[in-house]
Design a binder for this molecule. Structure first.
Ligand SMILES: [Ca+2]
Ligand SMILES: [Ca+2]
Length: 626
């Protein structure tokens, strides 16, 4: 070999070695995520004097604490689904609590990408994803999953999720030795009544947070004892707001704002975001949608184009963003649809189903004493305006100023001096729906029938199958409640797009007697629509607001669609919700409702309780009224 060739070969070898060293396992950070269930920033380090959380506070002292971090969804499964895919569940059809939707082959779950990069990935242990896993996602996902089981020298990504703070733990029996918070000193939120039951639930919630904090302390100690503290990036966060009613399940700040503490040790200081300082805060707007891209950025990988969030640390830090977003679809057995957005100070909500009350009866939610006493006091006329709102119908738009109104009870949507910020946030919310191809505007049954042989995400991204702009505009016109739109909604009952017809029928339902009067003839025709969702909504309008003859026609259609044996579960849930909303106007059908099946041959994993719950509540109301 001549000298030049020899030098060149040496250089190549050096470069290869240097590159290999650059990506070697030893240089990749371990990443530990400690997460806790159903808790907002009710922690000492977030300035909550009532909270006793020394371990998390200690972690915050050497980390960066995020002031505006949203979980995107206010409830477990859709929130966790956002994280695992890095795609908004409204774009993948996985927004409904709960569901079981196939993942587009164009997408991956982020641990698959980490594992390809050499990481040992463990989840201990809750998954609760609304998307079906595409093959192996974790090296281990179980109560035994632990970074300790990795191969020598292998970098790890490990999650430990603490369920001790979950909604169910607020209302169960607690060991007296753990009841350390005095209910008399709890802060009762402006939307709740101030009663002993409500104070007790808030106090037990804080007791559970202290117990959760001890477990976080154990996770941190374990890491230190293994000598890994300087090699490991740590995230601590809550999975959505507190399990108290109107936090969990509601995409207000009270349901979406969660703590996020990020510790990046000195060894990886090059991965810290600009504003990082130990013991300091970050006022960047960040959310669950950003977690997967941030993880990839921290291990030096460019996040794929299909991920819909922004890395907020690491090599591909995308910089500060102007907004963060929230959403709510079906909650257990109850349909609803709304979207929210904040710029950090103002929170905007767009209600697409304003005819439904906020506090629709969800069997699981009503197990909490606060929910029950709150509803009883409303029924007895004992609540003030802010406390009553949860049991009433919704306005199409809401706007809250977190500076002057942290409990979000003073709606500024009609305030003249807030119209500029309202318009800004309204546009941001709409822009996101268009940009991410939100398929939440399709009835759940249509979503799945359209996606047969494909996936909801792929349907949503195919303009020939989903005319988002037209459907969204109809949903906006319907839910605006504006009388000016009634006539055009009647016309759209015969549109060729079935989702447009669905929103047209819903728009008439939202307008009650006026809707029926304007579209009576077209609603009768719609009882034979090719779309079962359109048939059900048209039947509800007739049965709820029509003459006795209309009522009989409507009930007949609803009862046929409420059978889960002869319809999909989505159609059956829609029809049962309609029957429940009819109350006394369904009284003549009580025996037929009793005879409705609760099981079908088709399996719907994760949804077993919903049909029985709907049937029970519908019949309980009818019996009580007798
Ligand atoms: Ca949760
Ligand atoms: Ca009812």
């Amino acid at each position: 070999m001549n000298p030049i060739a020899r030098i060149s070969a040496c250089l190549t070898l050096l470069l290869v070695t240097a590159f290999a060293k650059h990506v070697s396992a030893a240089d990749l950070p371990n990443i530990l995520w400690i997460t806790s269930e159903d808790n907002g920033p009710e922690l000492g380090c977030y300035g909550d004097d009532y909270a006793i959380t020394p371990h998390i506070d200690g972690l915050a002292e050497k980390s960066s604490r995020y002031l505006h971090f949203w979980s995107n969804a206010p409830v477990c499964a859709p929130a966790r689904t956002t994280i695992i895919t890095g795609v908004y569940p409204p774009a993948t059809g996985a927004e409904h609590m709960r569901s079981n939707v196939p993942l587009s082959p164009k997408l991956k779950m982020y641990p698959q990408i980490l594992r390809e990069a050499g990481y040992y990935c463990t989840n201990n242990s809750k998954e609760d994803y609304n998307q079906i896993k595409p093959g192996q996602v974790w090296d281990e996902s179980s109560r035994k999953a632990h970074w300790k089981n990795r191969k020598d020298g292998q970098p790890f990504f490990a999650i430990f999720n603490h369920t001790i703070s979950h909604e169910s733990q607020i209302r169960n029996k607690i060991d007296p030795k753990n009841t350390i918070h005095d209910p008399a000193k709890a802060r009762v939120r402006a939307y709740h009544p101030d009663t002993p039951e409500v104070r007790k639930d808030w106090a037990q919630y804080y007791d559970r947070l202290t117990m959760m904090d001890d477990l976080v302390g154990e996770n941190l100690k374990e890491l230190e004892d293994a000598g890994l503290a300087e090699d490991t990036i740590i995230f601590y966060y809550g999975d959505h707001g507190s399990g108290m009613p109107r936090s969990k399940r509601w995409p207000y700040n009270s349901g979406l704002h969660v703590p996020l503490i990020v510790h990046i040790p000195e060894k990886f200081s090059h991965l810290r975001p600009k504003e990082y300082s130990a013991g300091g805060t970050s006022d960047r707007l960040t959310a669950f949608i950003d977690l997967a891209p941030t993880l990839l950025s921290l291990i030096g990988q460019k996040p794929p184009e299909w991920m819909q969030g922004h890395a907020f640390a690491g090599r591909f830090d995308a910089g500060p963003q102007p907004f963060i977003y929230g959403f709510r679809g079906r909650m257990d057995e109850r349909y609803d649809l709304l979207r929210s957005v904040t710029d950090g100070r103002y929170v905007y909500l767009r209600q697409y189903m304003p005819h439904k009350i906020y506090g629709q009866y969800i069997q699981y939610m009503f197990q909490t004493p606060t929910t029950r006493v709150w509803k009883e006091m409303f029924d007895a006329g004992q609540l003030n305006e802010a406390q009553s709102k949860f049991w009433q119908r919704k306005p199409p738009e809401e706007l809250y100023d977190l500076h002057s109104d942290p409990d979000e009870v003073n709606n500024l949507a009609k305030s003249p001096e807030h119209q500029a910020v309202l318009k800004k946030l309204r546009k941001a919310q709409r822009d996101l729906a268009v940009k991410t191809r939100d398929v939440g505007f399709l009835p759940e049954d249509d979503l799945h029938s359209l996606a047969e042989g494909s996936t909801p995400y792929d349907v949503g991204h195919d303009p020939s199958k989903y005319d988002l702009e037209t459907v969204l505009t109809t949903a906006e016109d319907a839910s605006s409640l504006s009388a000016d739109k009634t006539e055009s909604l009647v016309r759209r009952l015969s549109d060729r797009n079935r989702a447009v017809r669905y929103w047209a029928a819903l728009g008439l339902l939202m307008r009650g007697e006026a809707g029926l009067k304007a579209g009576h003839a077209q609603l009768v025709v719609a009882l034979k629509d090719e779309s079962p969702s359109v048939r059900v909504i048209a039947a509800q309008v007739l049965a709820q607001f029509g003459s006795d003859a209309d009522n009989a026609k409507g009930l007949d259609v609803l009862l046929k669609h409420a059978s889960v044996e002869s319809n999909t579960i989505y159609v059956a849930m829609l029809a049962l919700n309609a029957l429940d909303e009819l109350d006394g106007r369904a009284a003549s059908a009580i025996d037929q409702i009793k005879a409705l099946p609760t099981k079908s041959e088709t399996r719907y994993p994760r949804m077993d309780a919903y049909i029985p719950n709907l049937k029970t509540k519908t019949l309980d109301d009818l019996q009580a009224a007798k």
